[in-house]
Write a protein that binds this ligand. Structure first.
Ligand SMILES: [Zn+2]
Length: 326
């Protein structure tokens, strides 16, 4: 384990069953991947049981609030966009939500002065650093989790997204298949703990194919996209000079996206997710199928058993190996 991993482990291994928020507010600036505009974002501490709420500081009056919930998803074509009844939206919320889910942040107000979360380097790592910078504090309320009671599956042609019940914890696996040797067939799995998320998943960047990027640009999208914030693939080659952060960085990013999209459940999930060539649309369809079927889940306090298991996994075994055997 490297020094960074050790530090993150110490920072996040406590406070697992109590809700958590930030110790203080913290800000960053960056550009929106699709709008190409500079945006400022500030993360503020929030009350217990308030969840993740976005507030558009550039929109006056009451229509500025957008809860980060599955029922508020209004577009999933290129990224996950949430909106409210006043048609105020925030896009590309998934990487920030993945960071909140990954390190265990329950309640935050995300103040933003534009319509898109900054893309930063295309991964969730800058948001993890931001959360680390603010620090976390436990709150006087137990974390509530959604525990699966039966399998829920959605499909779109060959694409599949499925959630299976498990005894404890949350694991995410994905398999992707692209007609390029730079990606080809990749599969990976992570047994979610804050430590595993930070080490194995948070640094994986978003990716795209040059031809698609050119098409998006021609339609006025991906204006903020560059080799600074995405892996760009042309044919069988990765164009980024620095190369990949992991051999299977693309599928790890798919896992990151799924973690962020699934946090729109409004609280942590207990279960095992698997996606085959899935994306934002199918992830949201899965949440809608799950949460509209009250026989498929129940809400419970996070238990000391979850705490024990999580710590055992953090201390002894690799996340990938653990997720296969449990
Ligand atoms: Zn993504």
């Amino acid at each position: 384990m490297d020094g960074k991993g050790t530090r993150q482990k110490k920072a996040y291994q406590s406070g697992w069953v109590q809700q958590r928020t930030l110790k203080s507010s913290i800000s960053c600036t960056g550009i929106g991947l699709h709008c190409g505009q500079r945006v400022s974002m500030t993360l503020h501490p929030a009350e217990p049981n308030s969840g993740i709420i976005f507030r558009r500081s550039d929109v006056v009056a009451k229509g500025a609030l957008i809860p980060a919930l599955w029922s508020h998803v209004v577009d999933t074509r290129l990224c996950t966009v949430i909106g409210n009844e006043d048609r105020v939206v925030v896009g590309t919320v998934e990487h920030l939500l993945a960071a909140f889910s990954g390190v265990g942040v329950d309640n935050v107000v995300v103040e933003i002065d534009g319509s898109e979360v900054p893309i930063m380097d295309g991964s969730a790592a800058p948001f993890v650093c931001l959360i680390e910078g603010a620090g976390l504090c436990e709150q006087d309320a137990r974390r509530r989790i959604i525990r699966l009671r039966r399998k829920v599956q959605v499909q779109d042609g060959e694409r599949v997204a499925v959630l299976y019940p498990t005894v404890h914890g949350f694991s995410v696996s994905c398999e992707i298949l692209f007609p390029s040797l730079a990606v080809a067939r990749q599969s990976s799995v992570v047994r979610m703990t804050p430590h595993a998320f930070c080490l194995e998943i948070s640094r994986a960047r978003t990716f795209g194919f040059l031809e698609e990027v050119m098409q998006l640009r021609a339609s006025g999208l991906a204006r903020g996209g560059s080799l600074e914030n995405a892996i760009v693939i042309s044919g069988d080659k990765v164009l980024n000079k620095e190369g990949l952060r992991f051999d299977d960085e693309c599928v790890r990013h798919k896992i990151l996206d799924a973690i962020g999209d699934l946090y729109l459940a409004g609280r942590p999930l207990n279960g095992r997710f698997h996606g085959y060539c899935s994306g934002h649309a199918l992830n949201n369809k899965l949440l809608r199928a799950l949460l509209s079927d009250h026989g498929a889940w129940r809400e419970e306090d996070m238990t000391p058993a979850d705490l024990t298991l999580s710590r055992r996994l953090q201390d002894g075994r690799s996340p990938a190996a653990a997720s296969v055997s449990i």
